[in-house]
Design a protein around this ligand. Structure first.
Ligand code: NAI
Length: 256
């Protein structure tokens, strides 16, 4: 069932899409035929993702917004409606790390992580849900993590990523009757700037960090952003309408 924006295609919002996993998801959804709002803190930083999509014949729009700020998100969603069409797919991918052991972690580091991951995912769905309800179709994906199961140095991040799983299941329960599904993808180690920053923080060259991590993973390699984009492509598809409230671990082996 096409969107009603005149283009015949659905519109997706992907947050944190200037780089990494978000950029790969945005590109994949565009290749799947969706118009994609590429949202990140800095509009200019979204240009690369937008250029990749448009040069491949897709439709994309760069939007600068801070997902932790409700007003900023509301303004962004209004722009999406005006310039791309009513959004019926939302991928909450924006994320930050503020890793530290509990006894060294500041309240600011706790709050910052909660604000981006949890409040951010709340703000975007709150702003977009009426468009999904009106269309009687919606697909929500929240980026969780294997860290939701516990990870040393990440009390803030693991709590936020576990919180996103509960959030996902409740969205699935509340919005299911409107044709809206909500699922979480919980990646393991994915090779991005985020994992590069972790390697730097622990003082290990990124190549060594990747090699060591790959040895611990059943499929013997680390993940790439495209691995997550492929899963997202399935979850937003028409045919996945009976898959809701699930957490899919995409980690090269079992996690939960
Ligand atoms: P990344 O650090 O490469 O990219 C994150 C993007 O989010 C950046 O472009 C950043 O500017 C944006 N962002 C941060 N705060 C924002 C805000 N307040 N508003 C809007 N945009 C904001 O990270 P990566 O690796 O691509 O991760 C994407 C998601 O996947 C995150 O939620 C992360 O927690 C999750 N994840 C990543 C894993 C990995 O191994 N890389 C593993 C499990 C989960």
């Amino acid at each position: 069932m096409p969107n009603t924006d005149g283009t015949g295609s659905r519109t997706a919002i992907v947050t944190g899409a200037a780089r990494g996993i978000g950029a790969a998801i945005a590109q994949r959804l565009a290749a799947d035929g969706l118009s994609v709002a590429v949202v990140d803190l800095d509009e200019a930083a979204c240009a690369g993702t937008v250029e990749t999509i448009t040069s491949a014949g897709g439709r994309a729009l760069a939007i600068g917004a801070d997902v932790s700020d409700a007003t900023s998100v509301d303004t962004a969603v209004e722009r999406v409606v005006d310039e791309l069409g009513a959004p019926t797919v939302v991928v909450n991918n924006a994320g930050i790390l503020r890793d530290n052991l509990l006894f060294k972690m500041s309240v600011d580091d706790w709050d910052a992580v909660m604000a981006v991951h949890l409040r951010g995912a709340f703000n975007t769905v709150k702003a977009a849900q009426k468009h999904m309800v009106e269309a009687k179709f919606g697909r929500i994906i929240n980026l969780s993590s294997t860290s939701a199961l516990g990870n040393r140095g990440q009390v803030n991040y693991s709590a936020a990523k576990a919180g996103l799983q509960g959030y996902t299941k409740t969205l699935a329960i509340e919005l299911g009757k409107f044709g809206v599904t909500a699922n979480a993808i919980a990646p393991g180690f994915i090779q991005t700037d985020m994992t590069a920053a972790t390697a730097e923080r622990v003082g290990v060259p990124f190549d060594d960090f990747i090699k060591y991590s790959a040895e611990q993973i059943p499929v013997q390699r680390v993940g790439q952003p495209e691995d997550i984009a492929h899963t997202a492509s399935f979850l937003i598809s028409e045919g996945a309408g009976f898959v809701s409230g699930q957490v899919i671990y995409v980690a090269g082996g079992p996690k939960d």
